[in-house]
Design a protein around this ligand. Structure first.
Ligand SMILES: [Zn+2]
Ligand SMILES: [Zn+2]
Length: 283
């Protein structure tokens, strides 16, 4: 079984009910966090997890809404782990610079804590892997020989001018989930999603946003998938369940059916969307 928890379904726009983009995937006793938006550590706690239980953080891209709480992950793992255990971060080129900057911003805190706690050594250990499309975990060893049978591969997405950007395919026990992040439809995403049980993808309502006469809103239309485009991607790739997240505008109470109906025009599988901590079980 693969378990997916939408930890944060928000966007860059502050929302008291929705944390920033972050998705937890648990499989084979392993835990993987895709993106680390605003409030991620609180939502991990609500999901019965925490930074010290993560096997890896997988960053789709370095837009601030997807990485803004990396510092909280770093610090909280460090101070709640009693044997040295690095936070493992996989992300596109630029991820190492991001982590270096986060560690630099924490230097005073690291000094206070290492001075005060005799058993704590600094700086907080973080193991960063800057990656491109290809195997991330277990894939070069074969599914049965991977990390407790978990295989992770990355594929390129298209969120230009933000580049490079990645989606992640997480497989376990004959099932597969793709977490895509922000992207427009593209062939490499279709390829990564082929035959997956579920696709978790950012979706915006272009029909609503097109009517907002603000250049900064109009700018976001050309590098995100609409609900319809997300549904078309899922249909092309033969995905079983489409999970929409990162709602812009925020999903209003009672609006789920309208979003679902828009997707259903193009995709006849299950469509899941909802509040933070919405949980999907695959397999
Ligand atoms: Zn983005
Ligand atoms: Zn985003």
């Amino acid at each position: 079984m693969i378990e997916v928890v939408l930890l944060g379904t928000g966007s860059p726009l502050p929302d008291p009910q929705r944390a920033g983009p972050a998705t937890l995937v648990r499989a084979g006793g392993r835990s993987f966090l895709v993106d680390a938006g605003r409030g991620v550590v609180m939502r991990l706690a609500a999901a019965g997890s925490g930074p010290n239980q993560l096997d890896a953080v997988l960053l789709t891209h370095l837009h601030s809404d997807h990485v803004t709480d990396v510092g909280d992950l770093v610090t909280t793992r460090w101070i709640t782990t009693f044997a040295p255990s690095p936070l493992v971060v996989h992300g596109p080129p630029g991820a190492a610079g991001l982590v270096d900057g986060v560690l630099a911003s924490l230097s005073a805190d690291v000094r206070y804590r290492t001075t005060h706690h005799a058993d704590l050594e600094g700086p907080p250990p973080v193991e960063v892997h800057e990656i491109g499309p290809g195997p991330v975990l277990g894939a070069d060893e074969g599914a049965d020989q991977g990390a407790d049978g978990v295989v992770i591969r990355a594929g390129a997405t298209d969120h230009r001018p933000v580049e490079p950007t990645l989606a992640y395919r997480i497989e376990h026990g004959g099932h597969a989930v793709v977490v895509a992040g922000d992207t427009v439809p593209c062939a490499t995403l279709d390829e990564l999603c082929a035959g997956a049980d579920a696709l978790v993808i950012t979706a915006i309502r272009k029909d609503v946003l097109e009517a907002v006469p603000l250049p900064r809103i109009q700018d976001i239309l050309d590098y995100h998938s609409s609900v319809e485009e997300a549904a078309q991607t899922a249909a092309r790739a033969g995905v079983g369940t489409l999970v929409l997240t990162h709602y812009v505008p925020a999903l209003a109470p009672g609006a789920e059916d309208e979003w679902r109906e828009r997707a259903a025009v193009h995709f006849d599988g299950d469509v899941v969307l909802g509040d933070d901590l919405t949980r999907v079980e695959i397999g």
